[in-house]
Design a protein around this ligand. Structure first.
Ligand SMILES: [Zn+2]
Length: 281
């Protein structure tokens, strides 16, 4: 597998890169270090302690633009990149990932849709992993780099033959939750159990948490909130959940645009709100 010069590959159990990628069943491709622990915990948990399911994570950017504060306030971009890579490796070891690939692309390269380097790395990884399930950012996220990474991922998946594409592709929550989706449009991934593992995975990203952002509390809070506010007339059957937008139709139909696909969810949300107001008005 040929990747860009800055790519860092870590295999926690010491297997060869080839075998670690080929055994992958669940793949996550995200923009930044800690994004996958926030949005793809469903996949990490499904593979933890399993003998036949393996989770591989890919971080596309170099983490240079991270916010910093507290003990990290004086860190240069270079030092932040190093510490964030180390933290991501720690998470991969704790979560027993099959492989962790940190591609190290500058955010500006990811956002440039005429640059082929990100897409070609992603194609190589997808071909080597052939995952059944793929976790990505969602297209209604409010972080530019997240949406840019998602676009590069959809392009990469679409360059594969249909038979090589993942069976399920989920767009998940980080910068903007998906509570606004109509219930029938929500693909809910239950996360009950393994709260200790979830806490341990987020907890290693000290440069972010001590650095001033309580992602540990906010992520657990969102999962609890998702489980509780899913159903108003039933008691909680799950204690934590991630909401996702099912992106699978986008990789089944290459003619569907990402914007038209996403606007369909917004139109249905608009119709739902309008209809309920008019019913009681
Ligand atoms: Zn991010």
């Amino acid at each position: 597998m040929k990747l860009g010069a800055k790519a860092d590959v870590f295999i926690p159990d010491g297997s060869t890169v080839e075998s670690a990628l080929s055994r992958t069943t669940h793949l996550c491709i995200c923009a930044h270090q800690d994004d996958m622990e926030i949005f793809a915990f469903h996949g990490i948990a499904e593979c933890f302690n399993s003998t036949d399911r393996w989770f591989t994570g890919v971080v596309v950017t170099d983490g240079a633009g991270s916010a910093r504060n507290g003990g990290y306030a004086d860190y240069t971009d270079e030092m932040m990149q190093q510490i964030r890579m180390r933290e991501q490796r720690k998470a991969a070891a704790i979560g027993e990932y099959s492989a962790l690939i940190q591609l190290g692309h500058p955010s500006s390269t990811v956002k440039n849709n005429s640059s082929a380097s990100v897409k070609s790395d992603l194609i190589s990884i997808l071909q080597a992993c052939r995952p059944q399930i793929l976790y990505l950012h969602n297209p209604a996220d409010k972080h530019d780099t997240h949406v840019a990474v998602l676009s590069r991922c959809i392009e990469a998946v679409r360059s594969l033959p249909q038979a090589s594409r993942p069976a399920s592709v989920y767009g998940c929550e980080v910068w903007r939750g998906l509570d606004w989706l109509c219930d029938k449009d929500k693909s809910v991934l239950p996360l009950s159990g393994l709260e200790n593992l979830a806490a341990a995975l987020i907890g290693v990203f000290d440069s972010q948490i001590s650095g001033g952002k309580r992602y540990d509390l906010a992520t657990a809070g969102r999962r609890l909130s998702n489980a509780t506010y899913l159903e108003s007339h039933a008691t909680d059957s799950i204690t934590a959940a991630t909401y996702t937008l099912d992106l699978t139709p986008l990789v089944k139909d290459d003619h569907m645009t990402l914007e038209d696909f996403t606007l369909g969810f917004i139109e249905r949300f608009k119709a739902d709100v309008t209809e309920r107001i008019l019913r009681f008005n």
